[in-house]
Design a protein around this ligand. Structure first.
Ligand code: ZN
Length: 374
């Protein structure tokens, strides 16, 4: 990953590069940003820059021996730790090392990764993922060795907030007494969930969400979307590049069709249809369930905008625009707020592996009276 591959964030890139060039790299940094932000991409670009043999004022060279290894994520001084779960493929006490054959292709194709996508990749969708204490021991062992090819050994640790108890304490210990020439690049989504002692040991770098125009330009360049299509997707994704890529690669627009048909069934009080829909929903993969709920949340935001007459901001066109207009006649702003709450709760249930059939049906039944209040 090179800095130039990441849309926007010009000031931040400059600051990071300066810190490296001036030799003021903090030994532990936390790239903190929501799912779909540049948190991981920025850490990877930083790692590649630090280990590049011919970096310029602006970026790593992309051509040297080290850059080539970074491209394939096989640099021997670049280490990864990430959440894992026990799967059929690995032994009783797995560590990230056991999943590297999945991790490299996954991260290469998902530089804006989400945890649920990752768990789907290792077929652990419905399992509790974590970063176990064995992992910290492995890290300590790994970092006690001399680096192979670069001056710096770099550890990219994804979602440190998932380290609990003994695992977090072991990490803390190594952060307090870091081996020489070791960089810790923590990539997190919620710094508030980190234990305070770890938080106080890292330099925090807040990664803001992408802007609509950054997402739109990226989609046009990487997926060859038309300007109009890219704008539509960017608006719905609301700065989340992970979601934008998913939506853009979903040409049937199945999230829209699902959400539209669901709303019709709710409006018609079609209980049989809603039960079947709950069945259909619970049969979807976890990532698709998440995508559908997030899509619904974003579409409702448009309905709210329609209410507030901010029609200039609406990026919807065609059938989706008609649907938004129609829904704005049925759903009052106060009802939409309640609806938002229900969908956000559903996301939490989803993360906790609750029974999504029950959750989905429950929401449907709660919306029926809301939709018919005058
Ligand atoms: Zn290079």
């Amino acid at each position: 990953m090179q800095f130039r591959d990441i849309p926007g964030h010009h000031r931040l890139k400059k600051l990071l590069i300066q810190s490296i060039q001036q030799g003021h790299i903090p030994h532990a940094q936390l790239f903190n940003g929501a799912t779909g932000s540049a948190n991981m991409a920025m850490a990877l670009a930083m790692a590649q820059f630090v280990q590049c043999e011919a970096a310029t004022e602006e970026d790593s060279c992309g051509k040297c021996f080290s850059c080539h290894k970074h491209k394939k994520l096989i640099h021997p001084d670049l280490h990864f730790v990430f959440p894992i779960a026990k799967t059929a493929e690995v032994g009783a006490k797995p560590t990230s090392q056991d999943f590297m054959n999945h991790w490299r292709p996954f991260l290469t194709s998902h530089p804006y990764p989400s945890l649920s996508d990752w768990l789907e990749e290792i077929q652990a969708e419905n399992k509790q993922a974590n970063i176990p204490v064995e992992e910290s021991r492995q890290v300590i062992r790994m970092l006690s060795l001399k680096s192979y090819e670069s001056q710096y050994k770099i550890l990219v640790l994804w979602l440190p907030e998932m380290m609990k108890g003994p695992a977090a304490n072991a990490l803390l210990k190594v952060l307090e007494e870091p081996p020489a020439f070791t960089l810790f690049l923590l990539v997190g989504e919620d710094e508030k969930k980190l234990i305070t002692t770890i938080r106080s040991r890292v330099q925090m770098i807040q990664i803001p969400a992408f802007t609509d125009s950054e997402v739109s330009t990226y989609l046009q360049h990487t997926l060859m979307l038309s300007g109009e299509q890219a704008k539509d997707v960017a608006y719905l994704a609301d700065g989340n590049l992970h979601l934008a890529l998913k939506l853009a690669q979903n040409p049937d627009d199945s999230s829209f069709v699902f959400f539209r048909d669901w709303m019709r069934e709710v409006y018609m009080k079609n209980i049989t249809g809603l039960v079947a829909r709950a069945d259909e929903f619970s049969g979807l993969k976890k990532e698709s369930q998440k995508l559908t709920i997030e899509y619904g949340i974003n579409l409702l935001r448009e309905v709210l905008l329609w209410h507030s007459q901010s029609t200039g901001i609406l990026r919807q066109s065609g059938e989706q625009l008609k649907f938004v207009q129609g829904l704005s006649k049925t759903l009052k702003p106060s009802v939409i707020e309640l609806f938002f709450k229900l969908l956000n709760e559903a996301l939490i249930h989803l993360e906790r592996n609750a029974n999504m059939k029950i959750t989905f049906l429950d929401i449907s039944l709660k919306i029926i009276p809301l939709m018919h209040t005058q």
